[in-house]
Design a protein around this ligand. Structure first.
Ligand code: NAD
Ligand code: UDP
Length: 318
């Protein structure tokens, strides 16, 4: 991985080109597992836009071809229908490992499959990264903090997770994925990055996602800064703006329908009571923070949902 990265810089410099540092390096071969999903497809857009060759590895469990269809015919884009639980041989410089259903409705659907995806899938992608010397980025989750006893959550907090609950396939799966990532880093000298993403919303989110919103897909920029930077992490990527569910319901009313009725219902099992990221580390070391407040982001997502429900299937970028 590193050799190729340096080579492209050197080659461009020799040709007299001005090569800005950071996100402008050209010609990387990047794998995005889960690249047909909500966050992954936005990431794929950005990587292709900056000139990388992108291979999406996705089994289309929760992802949709429509999310990446606009790249069909682009010679720098390839979609491989593949389940990360099975090994795969590819030649690449960077791996963004996102493959995993993210919404409770999806990850609870087949819990054993979810934990296999997190554990065996992550192991396979780490094995691939080791074989070809690629840099590996894991998209972990705020769920590793469980129902946190510390508020807000800093990356050094170890969390409060139920190991035997209905959410454990996801929470413990991601915790094991983080462990594997650090063990390959320490044991095989692999270059790794870990992001802990907090609930994200935006265009292309599954219409039946069912999660409450908190943070817009600007996350993707944070993932790229993390991949290109020199810090392993973990980094919290989320919006520290805190609101109650009732406050959120009112914003939704204002955005969609002032007459929508608010109903109170019992919560699902093990749902964290309160969560808010401390993002000092991401601000300081990645120069990243979320930019879109809820009242601005929500209308964009609502428009995307309306377009998809009422017929206009063009993908939206942010
Ligand atoms: P998503 O469900 O839209 O995307 C996940 C993608 O992974 C889908 O395209 C799906 O088909 C694919 N996938 C699932 N299992 C697979 C398997 N076994 N093999 C190959 N592909 C598989 O979810 P998302 O919101 O885009 O989340 C992407 C990543 O970010 C996930 O790893 C998730 O855990 C993490 N994350 C997301 C959020 C969020 O709020 N969206 C929060 C925390 C962490
Ligand atoms: N692997 C893969 N693609 C590769 C290299 C490895 O899918 O290019 C898988 C491999 O099948 C194994 C896992 O990654 O299940 C871990 O590989 P590693 O070489 O680290 O461990 P080992 O194969 O020695 O157990």
């Amino acid at each position: 991985g590193l050799a190729v990265r340096q080579y492209s810089g050197v080659a461009a410099a020799a040709a007299g080109a001005r090569v800005p540092l950071g996100l402008k390096k050209k010609g990387l071969r990047v794998v995005v597992t889960g690249g047909a999903g909500f966050v992954g497809s936005h990431l794929v857009d950005r990587l292709l836009a900056r000139g990388d060759s992108v291979m999406v590895v996705d089994n289309l469990f929760t992802g949709r071809k429509e999310n990446v269809l606009h790249h069909a015919g682009n010679p720098n884009f390839e979609m491989i229908r593949h389940d990360v639980v099975e090994p795969i041989l590819l030649e690449v410089d960077q791996i963004y490992h996102l493959a995993c259903p993210a919404s409770p409705v999806h990850y609870k659907h087949n819990p054993v499959k979810t934990i296999k995806t997190n554990v065996v899938g992550t192991l396979n992608m780490l094995g691939l990264a080791k074989r070809v010397g690629a840099r590996f980025l894991l998209t972990s989750t705020s769920e590793v903090y469980g129902d946190p006893l510390q508020h807000p959550q800093v990356e050094t907090y170890w969390g409060n997770v139920n190991p035997i609950g209905v959410r454990s396939c996801y929470d413990e799966g991601k915790r094991t994925a983080e462990t594997l990532t650090m063990d390959y880093h320490r044991g095989a000298n692999l270059e790794v990055r870990i992001a802990r993403i907090f609930n994200t919303y935006g265009p292309r989110m599954c219409i039946d996602d069912g999660r409450v919103v908190s943070n817009f897909v600007a996350q993707v920029e944070g993932l790229m800064k993390l991949m290109e930077g020199e810090h392993v992490g973990p980094f919290n990527l989320g919006n520290p703006g805190e609101f109650t569910m009732l406050e959120l319901a009112k914003v939704v009313q204002d955005t969609i329908d002032p007459n929508a009725r608010i109903e109170f219902r019992p919560n699902t099992a093990d749902d964290p009571h309160k969560r808010k990221p401390d993002i000092s580390r991401a601000k300081e070391l990645l120069g990243w923070e979320p930019k879109i407040p809820l009242h601005k982001g929500l209308p964009l997502m609502v428009q995307d949902f309306r377009d998809r429900i009422f017929g206009d299937h063009k993908p939206h970028s942010v």
